[in-house]
Design a protein around this ligand. Structure first.
Ligand code: FES
Length: 611
């Protein structure tokens, strides 16, 4: 069996005959980009072979120059001897990285008194039993809880087993922790002293998972951690993962996301000096496919016409039942979805933006891979998904990446075509994230680097514009100034991808409004959500036609609204009930088979628009 050594980690694994380098990388516990799930069609799994024999298929993603330096696609390469293989920085999926949390003003505005946590502590001063008052210990607890306003309450067997001693040891002065179960409460623990009560909100994104630790008694956020969704090793978009689940990979996908969540929880606990046992509730917001995978339900019919999910309103489950390591009685709640391609993350976004409580007409645009849009107010809500593609999240873009350390997030092109960039963390550039790409398109258009059709202008005089293996390309950062020792650039196919994404979002929003007889002018507030990090230049998004040309003060960038909605539900049972109402009220409009959408999309393939 050939032994593969991966550099720079020097991790070693043995590979079976027929195994690819990509499979070997997974075996070694390393993570690299593999958007297409190993089909050889995304070009993201590039590695550099330093020594050894191998068989590889030629690929359009590997230029002649790269091939001469030993670059291959890991998924298309079979080792034939021991090898040394370097995984370049731009192919790696990093571990946990810090995300900046965008304060959600509307959340605070709409929920000034949000603290009625989904699992809460109640102080009980019980009268000790006597011959006259001789009901059972359990009934004594339930009677007192009823006086406090809790009618529907169950007591678990584990609590019952310890109850008699706990009550007597503490002279019937105890604290009960109640967990909401959707249609009532359950006593999760009874203790003598007031114990600590924490919860975790999780944004279960296709690309990134973000978890936030919350002190439930004080309604206080203690910390936030994020990690790339390691399911990406089975494909970076939901369709590839559904196919993997259908081919027998459901358990792998489920266990991978559960492990990611457990790792985040454990990191948050370590940092804050608490035990996972003190976490009494977990609220997750994810798209419909991710929610299915989290609960280990096969999502295979979601991608097949007529696109039916197995569920939209999942019941709360014991977190331990699906492998989440917190208090053994803790419940896990998933926000309800609307349809196959409008999930609990969007319900969370609508909740957090507050648009469902307002009279004024608002639109929520979530720039995730699906590109979901919701329009309405307290009276009605309509929504759609517009298959924007992962370009603004870095997918399908040669140097695309999420808004993490080293991502170019601001770009300015000077009159002489020199370029100024700034990166997340103000470090050397590693790639370019969504906000940087929006800046690029706007700056390229303004300075004449590209024309209205998004094609590079060959006549401009600068060595930054040159011919590459995929046509013209424009260098943003030269290799000696980058962190990856390669020129960081945008290619013509990158620009085409970005324009398709922006066209899909704008066309989706426009057609959604048309369907219900409104236009952009009638929308008083736009909430723009997405993983752009802390920065999104609204003006530039308008200049490229991603957002409608309206006064800037109508737009509010609300960052990760999925996490904000999950946090609200954690801290407020009322907010969770409202989330269920929102999901039940949203009317889904299917655009994938809609001619009007297709026509609008075609006319949006220009900067900013056809007219
Ligand atoms: S090309 Fe190798 S994973 Fe996509």
């Amino acid at each position: 069996m050939p032994k593969i050594t991966f550099l720079p980690d020097r991790r070693q694994v043995l590979v079976e005959e027929n195994e690819t380098l990509l499979e070997a990388i997974h075996k070694a516990g390393l993570y690299i980009h593999s958007i297409c799930g190993g089909e050889g069609t995304c070009g993201r799994c590039k590695v550099a072979v330093k020594s050894g024999r191998y068989k590889t298929k030629p690929s359009r993603f590997i230029s002649q120059e790269e091939a001469s330096q030993g670059y291959v696609l890991a998924c298309q390469t079979h080792p034939e001897s021991d090898m040394e293989v370097e995984i370049p920085l731009e192919s790696r999926i990093e571990g946990v990285y810090a995300v900046e949390d965008v304060a959600l003003k509307s959340e605070l505005r709409m929920y000034p008194e949000i603290c009625s946590p989904i699992s809460r502590e109640i102080q009980l001063n019980l009268p000790p039993p006597s011959l006259e008052d001789n009901i059972s210990d359990t009934d004594r607890i339930l009677r007192e809880l009823k006086r406090e306003g809790y009618e529907e309450v169950k007591v678990g067997l584990d609590v019952t087993r310890k109850l008699a001693d706990v009550l007597r040891e503490n002279e019937f002065q105890v604290t009960a922790t109640l967990g909401w179960e959707g249609n009532g409460f359950r006593v999760m623990r009874v203790e003598g002293t007031k114990s600590r009560n924490f919860g975790v909100a999780v944004d279960v994104g296709t690309t990134t998972l973000v978890a936030q630790l919350v002190n439930m008694s004080r309604c206080q956020v203690l910390g936030t951690k994020a990690t790339y969704n390691k399911q990406a090793r089975y494909g970076e978009d939901v369709i590839t993962r559904m196919i993997h689940a259908e081919k027998g990979g459901l358990d792998e996908l489920h266990q991978t996301v559960v492990k990611d969540i457990n790792d985040l929880i454990s990191a948050l606990c370590d940092e804050n000096g608490i035990s996972p046992e003190e976490i009494t509730a977990v609220v997750c917001a994810g798209n419909t496919t991710m929610t299915h995978l989290l609960l280990r339900v096969n999502p295979k019919y979601i991608r097949k016409e007529p696109y039916i999910p197995t569920f939209t309103f999942p019941s709360p489950v014991h977190a331990g039942e699906i492998g989440i390591k917190v208090h053994k009685e803790a419940m896990l709640y998933c926000l309800p979805s609307v349809a196959s391609f409008v999930g609990g993350d969007i319900t969370a976004g609508v909740l957090a933006s507050g648009m469902a409580k307002e009279e004024r007409l608002s639109m929520l645009i979530d720039m995730g891979t699906n590109g979901e849009i919701v329009f309405g107010n307290s009276e009605f809500l309509v929504c759609c998904s517009c298959s924007a593609g992962p370009a603004f999240e870095g997918g399908g873009i040669e140097f695309g990446m999420r808004a993490s350390r080293g991502a170019i997030q601001r770009v300015e092109v000077m009159p002489d075509f020199e370029v100024k960039v700034s990166t997340v963390g103000e470090v050397k550039a590693r790639g370019i994230c969504g906000s940087g790409m929006i800046d690029c398109l706007a700056e390229f258009l303004k300075s004449g680097v590209i024309n209205k059709a998004g094609k590079f202008n060959e006549d401009i005089k600068t060595d930054r514009l040159r011919k590459g293996s995929e046509g013209l390309e424009f260098v943003l950062v030269w290799a000696d100034e980058s962190a990856v020792d390669r020129d960081i650039l945008l290619t013509q196919p990158d620009i085409d991808n970005l324009i398709r994404s922006k066209a899909a979002v704008y066309a989706g929003a426009k057609v959604l409004l048309d369907k219900v007889g409104f236009d952009f002018q009638t929308v008083e507030r736009f909430y723009v959500a997405g993983g752009f990090g802390s920065y999104l230049n609204i003006e530039k998004a308008i200049e490229i036609g991603l957002l409608p040309d309206l006064p800037k003060d109508r737009f509010e960038y609300i960052g990760n609204s999925s996490l904000a909605g999950a946090r609200l539900c954690l801290l407020s049972e009322e907010a969770f009930r409202e989330a269920m109402e929102i999901a039940g009220k949203m009317t889904y409009i299917e655009l994938s088979v809609d001619n009007a959408f297709y026509e609008q999309f075609i006319s949006e393939l220009f900067l900013p628009h056809t007219d």
